[in-house]
Write a protein that binds this ligand. Structure first.
Ligand SMILES: [Zn+2]
Length: 384
């Protein structure tokens, strides 16, 4: 059984390629906006109708013919997907007009729209871009998304097939993981605990400085942003991204170590919105937890481990010694768990981690095996 995954690489487009990418993006953006106007005029667009629009437009405008038909078709396909999603998911609005000012370039190519030759990515209409091959592609890609982030960096995200790795060694022990604010992950084995590294907190002062500069240099509404404002905005985005990357790096190192040494991984199914209501520190902790959870599930699954998500309800209240559930929820200030039934005492988080592991080992009906949840995860419902 092979799985479909995305492998993303940094691109280093030269001046010509950069101009070509931006021109392609402006054509695709125009098409997207045409589709939005169609929908607004009351005719529900279908993919057939939109394809016809594309054919007519390409016949009429030679500047549109200069662009890749594959990228343009993909734009309409993406549009239809987000339109369909807006009907099925209530919270999602209809696709909106994309303006140059506030939308980042993103182009999609299927197999007949790109090739990889001599280590370079070749897009339709003769655009060649050097790729930073940070790791090897596991298979020939079936499609690629070329996009720019808010720092102006370009990336190529390939859709590839990958063989899942070997099945776990059943002699390895199991581990339970409880998420928290001061200690990002408390586990049943203290050697695998992950303290909160606070990358976002550490850069908070730096970020505040950049944001103050933005506020100072902001011009009244309706007037174009000054160069100084844009510089400050870029600086702020760079700081946020750096912290996020450090989080991801730590999460990967930690998840790899943990997955290598355990066959059963019981994870508290933490929903970040629980904590986000409050301070910056908690938001930072939330973000760190989100990344760690995702990396752990991903790596565990790939390595053939049994990853079990345990619902967080009652994990702090139940005794890991006798299984008795306390009547009262522990306040956040109480660090020590004390069982009224058997007298068992332990650190609050450690007790929760043990309860999580015990729940997973009992394999109760309330526990979802990760395999059944992959679909929903892919859909991004758990994404942070
Ligand atoms: Zn007890």
């Amino acid at each position: 059984m092979v799985e479909t995954v995305r492998y993303t690489y940094r691109l280093r487009p030269g001046r010509q390629a950069l101009a070509a990418l931006l021109a392609e993006w402006s054509r695709c953006r125009w098409l997207w906006n045409e589709a939005v106007h169609q929908q607004k005029s009351g005719r529900k667009p279908t993919f057939g109708r939109l394809s016809k629009l594309l054919t007519e437009a390409r016949a009429r405008f030679c500047w549109l013919r200069d662009g890749s038909q594959v990228a343009q078709q993909q734009t309409l396909r993406t549009y239809m997907m987000s339109l369909d999603a807006s009907f099925s998911v209530k919270s999602r609005g209809r696709p909106k007009v994309k303006r140059r000012k506030n939308s980042l370039p993103s182009l999609e190519y299927t197999t007949n729209g790109f090739t990889i030759k001599d280590g370079r990515l070749r897009l339709a209409k003769g655009v060649t871009i050097p790729v930073v091959w940070s790791r090897e592609l596991p298979s020939d890609p079936s499609s690629v998304r070329v996009y720019q982030d808010n720092l102006g960096h370009w990336y190529a995200s390939f859709v590839v097939l990958r063989d899942p790795a070997a099945v776990a060694d059943p002699d390895l022990p199991g581990i339970g993981i409880d998420w928290g604010v001061t200690t990002t992950a408390t586990t049943t084995n203290p050697a695998f605990d992950l303290p909160h590294l606070g990358h976002r907190k550490r850069c908070a002062a730096e970020l505040a400085k950049a944001q103050r500069a933005m506020a100072r240099r902001r011009r009244p509404k309706g007037r174009p942003a000054s160069k100084g404002y844009q510089t400050a905005k870029r600086q702020a985005a760079r700081i946020v991204k750096k912290a996020a990357r450090q989080n991801t790096h730590d999460a990967r190192v930690w998840a790899k170590k943990l997955v290598d040494h355990h066959h059963l991984i019981a994870v508290e199914d933490f929903k970040p919105t629980f904590l986000t209501k409050t301070s910056m520190a908690r938001k930072a902790a939330d973000a760190a937890i989100g990344v760690c959870k995702r990396e752990l599930i991903d790596r565990g699954k790939r390595a053939g481990r049994k990853v079990v998500l345990v619902p967080p309800a009652y994990t702090t209240m139940a005794c890991s010694g006798c299984g008795e559930r306390a009547n009262l929820r522990l306040g956040l200030g109480v660090r020590i768990f004390e069982c009224t039934a058997c007298g068992y005492t332990a650190d609050r988080d450690l007790n929760a981690a043990r309860t999580i592991l015990a729940t997973a080992e009992r394999d109760r009906a309330s526990v979802d095996d990760i395999r059944h949840r992959i679909a929903s995860l892919r859909g991004g419902s758990d994404a942070v």
